[in-house]
Design a binder for this molecule. Sequence first.
Ligand code: GDP
Length: 490
Amino acid sequence: MESLQDTIAAVATPLGEAGLGVIRISGPTAISIANRIFRSKKVHDLNQVPTHTCHFGVITAMNPSPLAPPPQQGEGNRQTYPLPAEGEGKGEGLIDEVVVSIFRTPHSYTGEDVVEISAHGSPFVLQTVLNLCLREGARLAGPGEFTQRAFLHGKMDLTQAEAVADLIRSKTDQAQAAALAQLQGHLAAEVRSLRNDLLPLLAHIEVGLDHSDEDHAFLRREEFLKKCGRSQAALDQILASARLGKILREGLRIAIVGRPNVGKSSLLNALLREERAIVTPIPGTTRDTLEESVDWDGIPVVLTDTAGLRSGSSDLAERLGMERTRQAVAQADWVIGVFDGSAPSTPEDRQVMEACLPKPHVWAINKIDLPSRWDSGAFSGPYGQAPVAPLSAKTGVGLDRLVQWVKTLALKETSSTGQAQWLLNARHRAALERARDALRRAREAAQSEAFEECVALEIQSALQALGEIIGETATEDLLDQIFSQFCVGK
Ligand code: GDP
């Protein structure tokens, strides 16, 4: 971890042409660094302005600027700054007109002195202003370092810091709402309340589960088991929403599979027209298939079409096609099996049905605008369980019903715990599972009348695991690992 004594700076907005771009500076010398590159008719010294104020002026590469007032007592060191680089003298080395916002410690995002320079959103301007900050003594911020400082100064706990990243990445209203709830501390509050429930249990053990007075010992043990069980159930309930958290973060994956020419791509396109497409791609998706993201009632959905299948009709191409279909099914949460209703079913269709069975699925009989030649007995035996949606990707008939079915069926499963109450990530989940397992072992130990120390040890490890979630017992390595996943400027 880098020193908190450094003043750090970075461009906080994406590098591209935009109306505005923001350079963020944080640390003990943030304000004086900004003061050395900022000139304003009204403000002569940013060090003197109150917190939470904005000031219009210019950023200049020339230091000191001829516009600056003569140095006053105690300001003599202003004279010693480096001379402007060659060419900077023209126009007094002016870089841009900006608004500078001042936030003084501790009332800032990081808890330190923070300056935000809002410039015009030109990558060149932003880089030049950043370079000036670095020239004046700031260090380039590492990934997530602003948020890491906010965490280290107690401005937010670890779940809130993670929520910043989730909020920035959220693509639908449900994902955004869940991330915001976490940013506002909902998950942390739940974890703290679980810890507060467990702490008295430790005291309970210290008094002694077994006591010479048999009746009291029995009561204490019963009570301990009951309370421990209650915490265990609460953990189970939070863990039940883990799947929804994953879906909100990564999207619900629905694969569209079928033999060549049944109309998979046409169906994908028709579904995209029907729904609101999400333009930003979801990272980490497979490349073999065509993928598009849509917003289904707040749940980000990734539709994949096994497009690679149409590569010819040789045996090898067909075998590769089936392999791709199987892969697509394996990676999907849900599957739409597509068949050509204007042709009799083929052995290949059968293979497709077979491949779909391991995952929840619906059958789409496409091309119903053409005379039907599909045999009604095609979906028999194990294939007869799924809903069948006759439709035409070409005319749009039947599409609504398919969408409604998949939405209802797929979303029912994800909303079992109500709405997205917690946006659990893999780290939270692992820690919650550790806490739950420790509580289970604590109860078993108490039931089997093991030594009290064993019971106490398990409660302590549950407390430790819960503490890790909010960062109270997190190691430096864990913190570095979490914050390194952020972008620079966050
Ligand atoms: P894929 O190979 O399964 O992706 O199939 P495509 O989407 O490329 O469609 C294969 C052919 O079937 C194309 O010529 C489409 O225009 C046609 N097609 C797709 N859906 C329909 C439909 O609902 N009705 C009719 N009449 N033709 C369709």
